[in-house]
Write a new protein. Structure first.
Lengths: 287, 371
């Protein structure tokens, strides 16, 4: 006797409602804005795909997107190897393990706008510890409010300081799960340190590293608060990343249509690149 | 290949061991002959893995020396000792193919690719891995992974010893038997010294020519499976090997006679050692259930449990507080029956403080010499 009914679907209903209100409906509002023009008073004019075309052809968008990719690329290329290196050099057992773990977790516990404010003050050339030290002790000209390079160095350093720990903690979790027998077998097989890393540690860290890279990609690609508080997108537009530009258009200029179109393009790019990352990194997994 | 000598070996995991209890290994002197198949048998925590790791060089002993063909290797790292070890859980390099896994130890030692190929093919053939050589090692079943672990040990032609640390732990029961006979066959083909660590008496007794039984960091007996069964040197060996294990019965010794529950028990031979030890030490009679017969005469006992285990029947009896197992092939008495138990004299031994303390009967001595 096989009884079949579809009543179980009702259990999904609460989640569906939740998702509808926190994701689907806001998202559809954005879609709605992206194809219309409004001058307020709830008066809308059909615009079709004009905004999308305008954004995709806009040099301003290209520049922000370029900066965004540059930022994400730089922080990934620094944070991932650095995080793995730190995880490898952390102790596996003993008194220092919890000390290291807590120290590593600390930066991640600080609210993002506080991180931005901290680094802003830290880097100020006249009163900031870092700014003062570089300018007046080492004699290096450094002013992130004037010099785009200095501004970039500062936001990259800030992100590395804030988020390398995530890569460290995930890699460390992968490392400690490797049974001793692997290292012992490698010793007996005469493997070099590099081989141990390449054939034991790296493969065992792969799953968690995939997650770390994905998280770091998505977070850095969507980053807003920290650079906004630190540099406000300046000097000029030199650190205006995509999200900062988007907020300028949406809330600064109140161009809701182009802003909505830009959000959707932004979303599509994030999704596409995440998918690419994931597919490439898991393509040789058997199971 | 080499003869391995362990001399005055002691090891403690503590920095400053003071008493004997601090040592995981207490005073080990052992010779492993070239080409032998040995088993290291003992319960968990008896120090057998410690001993194995000392031989392989993963652990440096607190005291004593390890000699390979007379040369001291105590301080040499594992890769310079030319040994191979197979671990409890299969260790394979996930990202490599089966072929590359097998070739890894040779490539690390800078062997010519033609030599590597020849050796890998030969070993794969032996282990029946030839068809899988191109596959990724990560996707294989545990028994095949364990075969790769073994293969990586055997692929080097000059290994001094191959050590197995409970290698069948994660293997399905029906494959254990297959892999075990494979191992035996491999030993005959490659002629390398093999040491097999296990807590499973069946595995030890089927694999090894010589079994080393360990308990609490000490070697209690070394012998062929037959010797261990026939004449356990220690009550622990009697207990640990055999199913059910040897009956160990507390007794008193007066004037060279063992008295058990008021009855004089005939032993295999005269009591060795001094009379003092016999009067102050813990004295026990040891007799295997196989040699306890249920008859009309002998010690009066009550049957408390009868278990039919297939080939024979295990009859559990009680004489006072003492439990005695007997094995019988014929008709078994029923629970509650009053019976008489007879001990075969040539298989009845006295143990003082755990160690055998009777002279073997001449007949047994003769067979021991033959073996």
């Amino acid at each position: 006797m096989k009884t079949e009914n579809q009543k179980a679907w009702f259990f999904v209903l609460p989640v569906l409602l939740l998702v509808a209100f926190n994701a689907l409906i806001p998202m559809m509002t954005v879609v709605n804005y992206s194809v219309q023009e409004t001058f307020g008073d709830n008066v809308f004019f059909w615009q079709g795909l004009d905004w999308f075309e305008q954004i995709l052809r806009s040099e301003r968008f290209h520049a922000s997107l370029g900066r965004q990719f540059m930022f994400t690329f730089l922080i990934l290329i620094i944070e991932v190897p650095l995080g793995i290196a730190i995880a490898l050099s952390m102790p596996r057992s003993g008194f220092w393990v919890p000390v290291c773990l807590v120290l590593m977790a600390l930066p991640m516990l600080i609210p993002w706008n506080v991180v931005g404010a901290m680094w802003n003050i830290f880097a100020l050339p006249d009163i900031g510890l870092l700014g003062y030290f570089l300018n007046h002790v080492l004699g290096i000209h450094y002013d992130m409010t004037q010099d785009p390079i200095a501004a970039w160095v500062t936001i990259i350093t800030m992100d590395v300081w804030h988020w390398t720990s995530l890569v460290v903690l995930l890699s460390y979790a992968g490392l400690v799960s490797i049974p001793d027998a692997y290292y012992q077998a490698a010793k007996i097989d005469g493997a070099s340190n590099w081989s141990v890393f390449r054939f034991i540690q790296l493969p065992k860290m792969k799953t968690v590293l995939t997650i770390a890279i994905l998280l770091r990609f998505m977070d850095s690609f969507n980053i807003y608060t920290e650079p906004f508080v630190l540099t406000g997108g300046g000097p000029g537009n030199s650190t205006t990343l995509l999200s900062i530009d988007l907020v300028k258009i949406a809330l600064g200029q109140f161009d809701l249509g182009p802003a909505a179109a830009m959000s959707l393009i932004y979303f599509a790019i994030t999704l596409l690149v995440s998918w690419l990352f994931y597919t490439l990194m898991t393509k040789d997994d058997l199971n | 290949m080499a003869k391995i000598t362990l001399s005055n070996l002691r090891h403690s995991y503590l920095p400053n061991p003071s008493s004997d209890d601090d040592y995981a290994l207490k005073e080990i002197d052992l010779d492993w002959n070239d080409g032998g198949a040995y088993a290291l048998l003992g319960p968990s925590g008896c120090g057998k893995s410690t001993l194995l790791n000392i031989i392989s060089g993963l652990l440096v002993p607190s005291e004593g020396q390890i000699l390979f063909d007379g040369a001291n290797v105590t301080d040499l790292p594992p890769d310079q000792r030319n040994i191979a070890q197979v671990f409890q859980f299969p260790v394979i390099y996930d990202t490599m193919s089966v072929y590359d896994n097998l070739a890894f130890p040779l490539r690390n030692r800078g062997r010519d690719e033609s030599v590597v190929n020849e050796r890998v093919m030969a070993i794969a053939e032996m282990l029946e891995l030839t068809e899988m050589l191109d596959q990724k090692a990560a996707g294989l079943s545990p028994d095949n992974k364990q075969k790769i672990s073994m293969g990586r040990g055997l692929v080097r032609e000059d290994v001094n010893v191959v050590m197995f640390d409970e290698p069948l732990t994660v293997i399905d029961p029906h494959l254990k038997w297959k892999l075990r006979s494979k191992l035996k066959e491999l030993h005959q083909r490659v002629k390398a010294t093999m040491i097999y660590v296990t807590h499973d008496q069946t595995e030890a007794l089927t694999f090894a020519d010589q079994v080393v039984v360990m308990q609490e960091g000490e070697v209690v007996q070394i012998g062929t499976p037959v010797e261990l069964f026939d004449r356990p040197a220690h009550t622990f060996v009697g207990h640990f090997i055999g199913s059910p294990g040897m009956n160990v019965l507390t007794c008193e010794v007066t004037d060279g006679t063992a008295m058990f529950e008021g009855h004089a028990v005939t032993l295999e031979g005269p009591i060795t050692g001094n009379a003092h030890a016999a009067s102050t030490g813990r004295t026990e009679i040891g007799i295997r259930p196989e040699f306890v017969s249920i008859g009309k005469t002998g010690l009066p006992a009550t049957v408390t449990k009868v278990s039919d285990v297939g080939r024979h029947v295990v009859v559990e009896c009680h004489i006072g507080e003492h439990r005695i197992n007997a094995i019988t092939e014929g008709a078994a008495p029923a629970k509650g029956d009053a019976v008489h138990l007879e001990f075969a004299p040539d298989q009845t031994r006295l143990y003082i403080d755990g160690w055998v303390a009777t002279e073997p009967t001449p007949a047994l001595q003769a067979t021991e010499k033959e073996g």
